[in-house]
Design a protein around this ligand. Sequence first.
Ligand code: FMN
Length: 265
Amino acid sequence: MKIPAARWYQALKERSSRRQFYSKIIEKPKIKQLNDLIEKINNDFDDLRIILVQKNVEEIFTGVLGSYGKISGAPAYLAFVGREDTPYMEEKIGYGGEAVILEATALELGTCWVSGTFKAEAVLADLDLKETEKLYAISPLGYPEENPTISERILKTVISSKKRMDLDKLIINKKDLEEEPEWVKTALKTAHLAPSAVNRQPWRFKLGENSITIQLDTEEKNEERSKNLDCGIAMLHLEVGSLKAGVSGSWKYLEGKEVARFAVE
Ligand SMILES: Cc1cc2nc3c(=O)[nH]c(=O)nc-3n(C[C@H](O)[C@H](O)[C@H](O)COP(=O)(O)O)c2cc1C
């Protein structure tokens, strides 16, 4: 997958989770642009399958806090599906899924990663999943109401979604970011903007000689709501930041608490 660094860098700064939408249908050229990207991603990553479903989401989402968090109005959604026994599938779902989310943002569409507050049966009825495949998450897709509505603002306050932990505290082996090369600073600041389930920010960064390793905050993986999926999202953000600063690299998956290392090529 080729990363349009400037376009997605801008998108990731503008993106925030949106939960209230107009029912306005998404124009065909935008659907085509997203489907073209989805096709490339699905080809690049074995056993990953992202699906764009053009269908009103009303039956699909459940509320987080009574009626406040309920996602409504969108005329389409994205489903993030993968083969469960494929290594690093959660990271791939996060990385590939966030690529589509950022492209949607660049097309001025609203999104929200959702792995908890939806009715899986309703989504599975729309998809033709193979026995080996798992539905990891979905996202509404559509034109968000211009300004976050009162219920969106209440929800954002409750889950402090705008807040990110202090970046210095997320770097486990070095303190003074200002002394690091430009690409490291940009890559980390960009990764820091990544969304994560309940905004838990489970990613930690270890700086090496021309490399950055992403690792989990704790040994405990949380099987139900994978922290590795959150890390996959942060991987894409980190790479977009690095490319924006003019430095390309490649990823190597790691084991245990360590998730993956990005090394300059
Ligand atoms: C993997 C994942 C799962 C999520 N699941 C839900 C969910 O079930 N319901 C929901 O309302 N928001 C969900 N979110 C959205 C997060 O709450 C949100 O990304 C986080 O609070 C940061 O806010 P932001 O996206 O506006 O930057 C999820 C986010 C991620 C990355």
